[in-house]
Each structure stands twice: as structure tokens, then as C-alpha cells.
Design a protein. Structure first.
Length: 159
């Protein structure tokens, strides 16, 4: 069941000027590995992190450096979440995050869908009944498990 959707659009040139004017932002927004990337890739990752925060419904307990956008072997972007950010995702019963990112010309964009799984046996909208309000089924056991299962650039696919 979809519990949140977030989208963000970043002007790459404006983002580059901001980073040049305030280099300390790099350490506040990105992991060490992300900081090695070109500005247009950083702009797309910034958009992805903003879109994730929107899909989560807010930034309480979420820390930018605990959200890392990493590619899997195929090149698809995935979120790797750690610390309190991973705890927030688990506490909100989110079991899957889907991520799509793109950049072209002067714009970078990202789209995130946050999903939860209904409890086993719970009725969902797809079977004609009203959804239950009792929460989701199994969620990640802890922060170490979160980074292994999240997001796909195309389609709805779990890692």
C-alpha cells in the first residue's frame, strides 16, 4: 500500500552556485562517497533526498548524511539508510522505497514512492474491502537491514 509520494526538482546551475558559495553544505548533505560525484549527480541526489523526506511526510528524525543514494550493479539508484533515519522509516512501517532520478539540461529531478505491506490476512483496497488501520506487517529488524531492500529506478522491483 502506498503511504507516501515525494517529488523534487533542482536547478543544477543554482545548486552548483550554492555549493560553490557554501562548501560546508557538501558535508552536511552528502556522504563521503557522494561528495566525490560531479555537481549534476549531486543535484539529482539532493532531489532524491528531498523527495524521500516528502514521501516520509516530514523530516523529524531524518538526517541528510544518513540517506545515501547508491547505485546497484545495473546502475539503478537505491537508498542506503542508517541511524535514526532508518529507524524513522521502520517506525512508519515503510517496507519498500522506490526511487527514480533523472537530470537533463539544467534540471535534476527525483521521484520516491514509499510503501507499507499490510498485515498477513488484512484486507486491502484491491480485494474490495476497506483497508485496516492496524498497521503494517513485517518491517526491517533494524538499521542494518534497511539499506538492503530499497528502491528501483524503473518499475516496481525490490532488491
Amino acid at each position: 500500500m502506498i503511504v507516501g509520494i515525494g517529488v523534487d526538482l533542482v536547478d543544477i546551475e543554482r545548486f552548483e552556485r550554492t555549493i560553490a558559495r557554501t562548501p560546508k553544505l557538501l558535508a552536511r548533505l552528502f556522504s563521503p562517497a557522494e561528495r566525490m560525484l560531479k555537481p549534476r549527480s549531486l543535484a539529482a541526489r539532493y532531489a532524491a533526498k528531498e523527495a524521500l523526506i516528502k514521501a516520509l511526510g516530514g523530516s523529524d528524525g531524518v538526517h541528510w548524511t544518513e540517506i545515501e543514494v547508491t547505485p546497484e550493479a545495473s546502475g539503478r539508484p537505491w537508498f542506503t539508510l542508517t541511524g535514526s533515519t532508518a529507524d524513522v522509516v521502520a517506525a512508519r512501517a515503510i517496507t519498500t522505497l522506490h526511487l527514480s532520478m533523472s537530470h537533463d539540461a539544467h534540471l535534476a529531478t527525483a521521484y520516491v514512492i514509499a510503501e507499507s505491506s499490510p498485515e498477513p490476512g488484512a484486507r486491502t483496497h484491491t480485494d474490495g474491502a476497506e483497508p485496516t488501520a492496524s498497521g503494517a506487517g513485517k518491517v526491517w529488524a533494524g538499521a542494518d537491514d534497511v539499506g538492503s531492500a530499497i528502491g528501483a529506478e524503473q518499475g516496481v522491483q525490490e532488491r
